[in-house]
Ligand binder design. Structure first.
Ligand SMILES: [Ca+2]
Length: 149
């Protein structure tokens, strides 16, 4: 409860400090497109695909991430993502989380990383930082996306 209140206060202050950009200049950190394959993913972005193998050979839902999203529910992507492609040059990093607000087990996505099936046994980290192998299929609920260095 205290943590939530603090987080809300930080967000409120951040909103006050943020410069006002023209309405049409503010990029939505998540948008949905339809397509399949790695080529459908714009750069730089983290693309989250509804189906395995980057939606295979047929068009499907792709969520294009260019900023952090604390809950994928509003975009319709919550608990749906089955493959992922980090289509960025070096200097970008993303984490995908099992829970909202960047909680629970997480998977790192570094530049050019491809994960064709989140149902495979993939390298994950617990909230305490310990590494293990498990699935995140249809379980991703929040994402961070940021530049490093
Ligand atoms: Ca899915």
């Amino acid at each position: 409860m205290i943590k939530k209140t603090f987080a809300a206060a930080v967000l409120a202050v951040a909103a006050l400090l943020a410069p006002h950009a023209p309405a049409n200049a503010a990029a939505d950190p998540i948008r949905e497109i339809s397509g399949h394959g790695l080529g459908a993913c714009p750069r730089p972005a983290l693309c989250l695909y509804d189906d395995h193998d980057f939606n295979g050979t047929e068009d499907g839902r792709i969520w294009v991430i260019t900023g952090s999203v604390s809950n994928l529910q509003a975009s319709g992507a919550n608990d749906r993502v089955t493959s992922a492609y980090m289509n960025t040059p070096t200097g970008y990093e993303a984490w995908t989380y099992r829970d909202h607000d960047f909680g629970g087990d997480k998977m790192i996505m570094y530049s050019d990383k491809q994960v064709p099936n989140l149902n495979d046994s993939i390298s994950l980290k617990r909230p305490d930082g310990t590494q293990f192998y498990g699935s995140l299929n249809d379980e991703i609920t929040s994402v961070t996306f940021y530049t490093v260095g």
